[in-house]
Design a protein around this ligand. Structure first.
Ligand SMILES: [Zn+2]
Length: 424
């Protein structure tokens, strides 16, 4: 299977998705439009006079044939990931725990033997592979950023390269085929999905298993996570759409489940058709999706997103009328979508705070003049409110900030905008 959609890579611009990235269908249904978004990694330094800046439309489309949910515009990765783009190393607790659990689950479910090779696509600093290595398996990472150097220093053999057929041939020549190929939080991000999937299949042993983890469209709809819509996320998968995509390459889904990372993700195991028994989890999750993702549910999602925007505005109107300060906590990519979609500016959101060492400190939030400053300002200034831009981990963040000495209250923007008074 091929898509005839033009490639954005190398254009220096963008490509309108006029046919499905997976099945080439042209009959794509619009689901939601969150406006024109500036590239999230273009952050001018504080004090820079605002200059011309690109912005790319972010419309989400659904293909009725293969059920893929996808962004309506693909931007050249050279724009989204400029050379100055700093790699992200180190992971959150929830990610580390998830990787340890992925290791335990796959070792048990697949009956892994010590000599088996495990290859991780987009392996970052090697955190996932370190779990397999500790258990005695052979491991190999493939990572295009400098995070791969860090992995090599930690003893996780890593090729500094993009994942493609050339990278696969290099692994095959030195290590042979892989029993497990993993791709966590990368399978929805790369264009040319059929080439990528072909390369995965070429890397697998006859009974090898491809395990992918991606942010999950059902979770996005359930909890109104429109803020995960930005141009790095080319596709929003369901199990149904992944099943269609993988089947086009001779792969069959053998196990699937929901996991808590990134505000709600899906982990899917796939093997060559007939090579491994299919777990009942697959039919279970497919049925759950069919029941939950109705046209009516998508219409409710659209209304809910608009209501959350108006609700947040109403709440902030009262806060600002009282002359109170609002500091944002954290400037992940999703914060840029929320801030730009809702229309927050530096008169509403005084600043956004990032942790020590963040490359974003000293810059403006994309598309705004909201400064990103060091987190120490929260305790020094004690603003009346902290707006949790990483609201999907609000339950983890609030007790931590309060324990650190923050005496103000919290504003949680989604799914229901709400204001929580100071806890002491
Ligand atoms: Zn399609």
């Amino acid at each position: 299977m091929k898509s005839t959609l033009a490639r954005a890579a190398g254009t220096g611009g963008s490509v309108v998705v006029d046919r499905c990235q997976v099945c080439d269908g042209r009959d794509l249904e619009p689901i939601i439009f969150v406006g024109y978004l500036p590239p999230v990694n273009e952050m001018p330094a504080i004090g820079t006079r605002p200059a011309e800046q690109p912005a790319y439309p972010a419309q989400v489309l659904r293909c009725p044939r293969c059920e893929l949910v996808q962004l309506g515009l693909i931007v050249d990765p050279a724009i989204l990931f400029p050379p100055s783009y700093p790699y992200l190393s180190g992971t959150t607790r929830i990610l580390r725990e998830n990787f340890a659990e992925l290791y335990r689950e796959s070792a048990r479910l697949l009956g892994l033997r010590r000599e088996d090779l495990v290859v991780d696509i987009g392996s970052n600093d090697g955190t996932l592979l370190s779990n397999f290595k500790q258990a005695g398996h052979r491991v190999r990472g493939i990572e295009p950023t400098r995070a791969g150097d860090l992995a090599n220093e930690r003893g996780i053999p890593t090729d500094i390269a993009f994942f493609d057929r050339t990278a696969v041939d290099r692994v095959l020549a030195t290590e042979g085929p892989a029993t497990v190929v993993t791709a966590t939080n990368v399978f929805a991000h790369i264009e040319g999905i059929h080439d990528i999937t072909d390369a995965v299949v070429a890397l697998l042993t006859e009974d090898g298993v491809f395990i992918s983890e991606s942010h999950y469209w059902l979770a996005l709809v359930e909890t109104l996570q429109y803020d995960t819509i930005y141009h790095e996320h080319l596709r929003h998968y369901t199990l149904a759409s992944l099943t269609y995509l993988l089947a086009a390459h001779g792969l069959e889904v053998i196990h699937a489940k929901r996991i808590p990372t990134h505000g709600g993700s899906i982990r899917v195991y796939a093997a060559r058709k007939g090579a491994r028994p299919v777990q009942p989890t697959v039919a279970g999750l497919l049925a759950e999706e069919r029941a939950a993702l109705t046209d009516e549910a998508l219409a409710r999602f659209r209304r809910g997103v608009v209501a959350s925007k108006l609700g947040l505005y109403a709440l902030l109107k009262d806060v600002k009328a009282r002359g109170e300060r609002v500091y944002g906590i954290g400037a992940p990519s999703r914060a840029s979508t929320l801030i730009n979609y809702v229309g927050l500016d530096e008169g509403i959101l005084d600043c956004v705070l990032e942790i020590e060492g963040s490359h974003k400190i000293g810059k403006y939030v994309p598309g705004t003049l909201i400064p990103v400053l060091h987190e120490r300002k929260l305790l020094a200034d004690q603003p009346e409110h902290a707006l949790l831009l990483s609201w999907h981990i609000a339950d983890e963040l609030m007790p931590k900030l309060t324990a650190n000495g923050f005496r103000g209250g919290y504003i949680v923007p989604l799914p229901q905008p709400r204001i929580l008074p100071p806890t002491r």
